[in-house]
Design a protein around this ligand. Structure first.
Ligand SMILES: [Zn+2]
Length: 140
């Protein structure tokens, strides 16, 4: 009886691993954290607006779980590890504070201290050399 049960358990596990959802479940369970899917949007009008405002050419802007790009490609962005870590830090800030609250606080910081001294930018900058942050996300 015991033996039979064991076989059933391992069969179920094998079946689960055959499906993508199963793999993700096991992966998440093994790391005890949720992996979040982040999307990239190229040629974003929102990033274009920010590029004008910041006076820079290549721009990435995060809104929620989407990284908006302008004047750069998905490929070029993903090659730049520090840049990816920086933007993922912003995704994390959205997760931590929630969309509306984070946007309000970010804008308020920018208004008070300017873009460079904005504490959320400083925090993102400090994450640029922390590639471990990438373990928490899957960039779709
Ligand atoms: Zn930033």
């Amino acid at each position: 009886m015991h033996k039979h049960q064991n076989v059933q358990v391992s069969d179920t596990r094998d079946d689960a691993m055959k499906t993508e959802a199963g793999i993700q479940k096991l992966w998440q369970a093994s790391r005890l954290i949720a992996v979040m899917i982040v999307r990239i949007k190229e040629n974003s009008w929102l990033a274009k607006l920010s590029a004008k405002q910041l006076g820079s050419k290549k721009v990435a802007v995060v809104v929620g779980k989407t990284i908006h790009l302008f004047n750069t490609s998905r490929e070029e962005f993903l090659k730049d590890e520090k840049w990816v870590c920086h933007e993922l830090a912003h995704v994390q800030q959205y997760q931590k504070h929630g969309m509306v609250k984070f946007l309000a606080m970010y804008l308020w910081e920018s208004y008070k201290k300017g873009y460079r001294m904005n504490r959320y930018e400083l925090e993102a900058k400090s994450q640029e050399r922390n590639p471990e942050i990438m373990l928490n996300y899957i960039i779709a």
